[in-house]
Design a protein around this ligand. Structure first.
Ligand SMILES: [Zn+2]
Length: 217
């Protein structure tokens, strides 16, 4: 029954559920690190795009201020603004793609988290199931133990002591049958009185007064 206790199917399932739960938890930890990396990247692109936007504003103010008059300088300023706009657009695209990545990560995290939550509920249920099955098995074991105790108590202690004392002397013929009106262990016929005493005894087991063996009646 101790083996049955160890091999409880619920115990096996609990082990499998815990393995899966640890695997998902590790995956969630990794996803959390990726989320931080992606959020950092998104912030960096947004910040850079903001710096470029400020620079474009400054350049545009200069362009229309009348401060810059030379055609070549005006052209250079115009080219710089064009190149900055292209850079701004790239940065905004990258920030957007980081944001999309963050959204996809967030939904993956949500799905995994609810999976982990279900596994945790299963763990709680299995632990309760195992505890209840174990206490049932323990109760059965206790019954077996106490039945064995009753059996030992019901055997005549004196008889057990006799057997242990006689066994070295008589070996396998320590306990013998009573057959054909005599103790099988006695080398010769028993005195009639002794045979008669055994034949009519109310006990199931008696010591033989002649040979000293234990006789089953
Ligand atoms: Zn005898």
């Amino acid at each position: 029954m101790s083996h049955r206790r160890a091999a409880l199917p619920a115990r096996e399932e609990l082990e499998a559920v815990n393995v899966e739960r640890r695997r998902l938890t590790t995956e969630l930890d990794q996803l959390a690190l990726t989320q931080i990396e992606v959020a950092t990247r998104q912030k960096r692109y947004e910040d850079e795009a903001q710096i470029v936007a400020t620079r474009i504003e400054t350049d545009e103010v200069r362009l229309y201020s009348g401060e810059v008059t030379g055609l070549r300088d005006l052209q250079a300023l115009q080219d710089e603004i064009t190149s900055l706009r292209s850079r701004q657009s790239d940065l905004e695209d990258q920030a957007l793609s980081a944001m999309e990545e963050a959204e996809s990560l967030a939904s993956k995290v949500a799905a995994l988290s609810s999976e982990v939550e279900l596994l945790e509920q299963r763990v709680t249920a299995l632990v309760a199931e195992i505890e209840s099955a174990e206490s049932e098995i323990d109760a059965q074991l206790e019954t077996v133990r106490s039945n064995r105790g009753d059996l030992e108590a019901s055997l005549d202690r004196a008889l057990i002591a006799d057997y242990q004392r006689l066994r070295p002397m008589f070996g396998p013929a320590t306990v013998v049958r009573f057959d054909a009106g005599k103790c099988v262990g006695c080398p010769s016929m028993m005195p009639a009185m002794e045979a008669d005493r055994m034949k009519h005894a109310s006990e199931d087991v008696l010591p033989c007064d002649e040979c000293g063996r234990i006789v089953l009646l």
